[in-house]
Design a protein around this ligand. Structure first.
Ligand code: PMP
Length: 404
């Protein structure tokens, strides 16, 4: 399987350095490299197929509209939803802001509570704090288990009838820990709260079926799924989406406008004001096609294998501290003695190894771990053993430079 996936490295034009050397890209959790198929789909959509959607009476625009709506169907199918349950957004961040600003404002009031967890990305914290400012809703934080998973048992002791929303990362962008979604969904159901899953790191690595997961909202970004930046999706159950007020006002999201009164288009169009990210939507669908051509299960197995291998090797380094559970999904965070992760990242860059160093937009998690930053290596379908070997060589060199 590895050999088959390895040959896919050639599908990614970005996987070499400017002077043609192999680039050991271990920052996919920040954003994934793009396969040529996605670049080609985007180029075609921006070039010979380009026109606006939803308005033109001429054939090119009608075809582009079909392409844009086909992309919606494609993304819905990719996560097991229906096409009219997918809202295209700028990304996961906008999708969460949309839920907070529409569903949240319409349904939550002072005294209601939201449950988040210690490991959430800022994009699944700050929009709820902004909603707290507007509505007086209160926020509770679910602690983590010793090995860095969201502790649903602890959550069940926190959650009560006043909780209207539980919003959790499906996979942590720092620790790679996978949420026990079934337990989270049971808990949400038991108090009649909605469950929002931040699927940014799960969609590129695990089979996601929103119906089977039992959530109410699911958000993700195309650029982590080998697609373009500037687009992502909110999936929400149709009855919830239908009842949500609009997000932004403008063209396309209306039914009828007069100066006295405006009526809204049906969902999902109601939530897509303005000319949408047409070319990005088409390239997003091409990314889903590409991932399906390999098989998400094969990608998951490949990343699992690489993660286990890397964790085993990293654990042999005395001064290195690993964070997160053994079975983390393709993402490993660590610190190396008292060497700052930024220094490590800079030295690794000289070896053509790209990792992320910092707080990973998860400052509350850094506070919990008692560190200002971690180094993070994350894998993708194009990662291989050579990348791990290069990472280990770079770590050894860094330790030599720092005399540790
Ligand atoms: N949630 C998680 C878990 C993430 O990893 C990220 C991206 N780092 C986001 C949300 C935000 O995604 P975006 O910046 O694409 O909106």
């Amino acid at each position: 399987m590895t050999t088959e996936l390895l040959s896919r490295k050639a599908d990614f034009p970005g996987m070499v350095t400017a002077d043609g050397k192999p680039w050991h890209y271990l920052d996919t959790a920040a954003t994934a490299q793009k396969p040529q198929a996605v670049v080609d789909a985007m180029t075609r959509a921006l070039g010979r197929d380009y026109a606006t959607v939803h308005r033109g009476v001429y054939s090119r625009s009608a075809e582009m509209t079909l392409g844009y709506e086909a992309a919606r169907r494609r993304i819905a199918a990719f996560v097991g939803g229906q096409e009219d349950e997918i809202v295209f957004t700028r990304g996961a961040t906008e999708a969460i802001n949309l839920v907070a600003a529409t569903w949240g404002v319409a349904n939550l009031k002072k005294g209601d509570r939201i449950l988040l967890s210690t490991l959430e990305h800022h994009s699944n914290i700050v929009p709820w704090q902004m909603l707290r400012e507007k509505t007086g809703v209160e926020i509770d934080v679910c602690p983590l288990t010793e090995d860095g998973r969201i502790d649903i048992e602890a959550a069940s002791r926190i959650v009560g009838k006043r909780h209207k929303l539980i919003a959790l990362a499906h996979v942590s962008n720092v620790l790679g820990s996978k949420l026990d979604v079934a337990a989270a969904a049971d808990l949400a159901r038991s108090v009649d709260a909605k469950l929002l899953l931040d699927g940014c790191q799960a969609v590129p690595r695990l089979k996601v079926d929103v119906e089977a997961l039992g959530c109410d909202f699911y958000v993700f970004s195309a650029h982590k799924l080998y697609g373009p930046t500037g687009i992502g999706a909110l999936w929400a159950k149709k009855d919830i989406l239908d009842a949500m007020p609009p997000y932004q006002g403008g063209g396309s999201m209306i039914d009828r406008v007069t100066f006295e009164r405006t009526t809204w288009a049906d969902a999902p169009t109601r939530f897509e004001a303005g000319t949408p990210a047409i070319t990005e939507a088409i390239a997003f669908a091409a990314a889903a096609d590409y991932v399906d051509s390999i098989g998400i299960e094969a990608i998951e197995a490949h990343e699992e294998r690489l993660t286990a291998m890397a964790r085993d090797e990293l654990a042999k380094i005395n001064s290195l501290r690993l964070y997160g559970p053994e079975d983390s999904a393709g993402i490993i965070s660590f610190t190396l003695g008292d060497i700052h992760p930024h220094d490590l990242g800079t030295i690794l860059d000289e070896e053509n190894v790209a990792i992320r160093a910092g707080h990973h937009c998860a400052q509350p998690l850094m506070d919990h771990l008692g560190v200002p930053a971690t180094a993070r290596a994350s894998f993708a379908l194009y990662s291989d053993e050579d990348d791990i070997a290069a990472l280990l060589r770079g770590i050894e060199r860094t330790m030599r430079i720092f005399g540790s």
